[in-house]
Design a protein around this ligand. Structure first.
Ligand code: ATP
Length: 459
């Protein structure tokens, strides 16, 4: 049986050290979470697989890692100062503040079973609330010394468009990819790591000649759905595509398709894939109108750059169009956990909790377990097997002797370890070990010399 409620996944994450509430010993800080020993491995594996697919396996992509703090004019000309707002309503009775377009995700503060507005409380008219966090840069606090924490990683790629273009000698089409933290002062952070105030994004800005943008947009949608299914292991029936209606499009978008995942809380956005047109490059450029460009251009006296591309075929400058796939790392981790969480009834009546993660995502690939921890020769051999696997440098192997073997198997099942290797007395005689498969619980006997090849092939 798969996860029926988010609480099942939340409890497992806390119990086994995947994810903890942020600043917990001080009562927490709403909308923040800390990744624990296993969570950091899972999250890093997800990011590594994304980078592998979107950067290394393509000939047309470059990676960057840009600053979280940016010049405040970036956010003026990107349009975020004026339009990065959510509608906020107040309840006159319970004094709660809620996001007007997500009331279904909220609870009345006095009657948690009811949504705001379903109780006797009266809601105010919605008003615009800007979600960017402000901070001060430098020791003098005045009207000029503030900066925003970035609410998307995208702008770091737009402002570096010319740097990357020139330093890599790229021609259109090409893309810039980045994974990094973003911050949004969400009105109602909710649902564990689904909606938080500090999160990570995996984003691509893919630059194309105007005119081919619509086809490239389609190609990315298909490619990214396939990646979530084939690499992350989400079932295709748990993924859907939502065509964002024109009235809900972000200020920069000509068309956006949201990839929706069926979380236990319902269908929610996992990744947004937008056609950002020439909006951002155009508005960051100085006095584009002199170039005779038709883009939605704003006269930008603060930028010293022209973010254009010189097309040697037409001998003209153009502002590339941009296709942007933007996925949340945390929402990806949550989807992978929900998909993998399984409860199985065993013949003896017990319930086995097992995380059926794709082996490539699993925090630990192999657990090496001694059948007897009081037998020094077994312990020594088990530790040396673990060290040999670790020394290969491409898989996390652990040694564990802290419980009886049955209990150790259950613990590894719960954290998604695909293989348990047990060293017993026979191992001392014939240099073979037992390899147990997480999903089938089936066991086979293998020579120690073949272990690495066997495990490597399966992850
Ligand atoms: P939503 O409608 O759920 O608020 P959004 O449309 O504002 O999301 P985008 O601006 O498209 O989100 O951001 C791209 C991706 O970043 C989203 O698909 C999501 O995976 C992730 N993301 C955005 N906001 C958050 C958040 N508050 N917490 C966690 N992940 C987020």
């Amino acid at each position: 049986m798969a996860a029926q409620t988010l609480d099942q996944v939340v409890n497992l994450c806390k119990r086994r050290g995947f994810i903890f509430p942020g600043s917990e010993i001080y009562g927490g800080l709403q909308g923040t979470f800390d990744y624990g020993p296993l969570g950091v491995e899972l999250k890093n594996n997800l990011k590594r697989l994304w980078w592998q697919h979107n950067v290394y396996e393509r000939d047309d992509m470059e990676g960057v890692d840009t600053s979280i703090l940016m010049n405040k004019y970036v956010w003026k000309y990107s349009g975020h100062e004026d339009t990065f707002v959510d509608p906020l309503v107040d309840c006159k009775t319970c004094k709660g503040r809620f996001r007007a377009d997500k009331l279904n995700e909220c609870q009345c503060l006095l009657h948690p079973k009811l949504k705001p507005g379903e109780c006797e409380g009266q809601l105010t008219e919605p008003r615009a609330f800007n979600m960017m966090f402000k901070t001060q840069v430098g020791p003098v606090a005045d009207d000029e010394s503030f900066a925003y924490l970035r609410p998307e990683t995208a702008q770091g790629m737009f402002v570096n468009f010319s740097n990357v273009l020139v330093s890599t000698n790229r021609k259109l089409p090409f893309g810039i990819a980045q994974i990094g933290k973003s911050f949004r002062n969400e009105i109602t952070p909710r649902n564990f790591i689904f909606r938080v105030r500090e999160f990570e994004q995996m984003e691509i800005e893919y630059f194309v000649t105007p005119g081919v943008d619509e086809q490239v947009h389609e190609d990315f949608i298909k490619d990214h759905v396939d990646w979530w299914v084939n690499v992350v292991g989400l079932s295709r029936e748990n993924l859907d595509m939502y065509e964002v209606p024109a009235k809900d499009l972000a200020h920069y978008s000509k068309r956006t398709v949201d990839l929706m995942y069926k979380y236990p809380i319902g269908w929610e956005e996992l990744e947004g894939i937008a056609n950002r047109t020439d909006f951002d490059l155009g508005s960051h450029s100085k006095d584009q109108s002199k170039l005779g460009l038709t883009a939605k251009v704003i006269e930008n006296e603060h930028s010293t750059e022209k973010l254009t591309y010189f097309d040697h075929v037409t001998n003209k400058h153009l502002v590339p169009f941009v296709i942007e796939p933007s996925a949340g790392v945390d929402r990806g981790v949550l989807a992978a956990l929900c998909e993998a969480y399984t409860e199985e009834k065993l013949e003896n009546g017990e319930t086995r909790v097992v995380l059926k993660l794709k082996p490539a995502l699993a925090p630990i690939k192999v657990a090496v377990l001694p059948l007897k921890k009081n037998e020094p020769r077994i312990v020594e051999l088990a530790k040396s097997i673990k060290n040999t696997l670790l020394a290969k440098g491409d898989m996390r192997a652990v040694y564990d002797e802290t419980a009886a073997i049955g209990k150790l198997y259950r613990r590894q099942d719960e954290v998604g370890t695909p293989f348990c290797i047990t060293v017993d007395f026979q191992s001392l005689d014939d240099a073979t070990v037992t390899v147990r498969d997480r999903d089938t619980m089936g066991q086979i006997r293998l020579p120690i010399a073949d272990l690495y090849g066997y495990v490597r092939e399966r992850i």
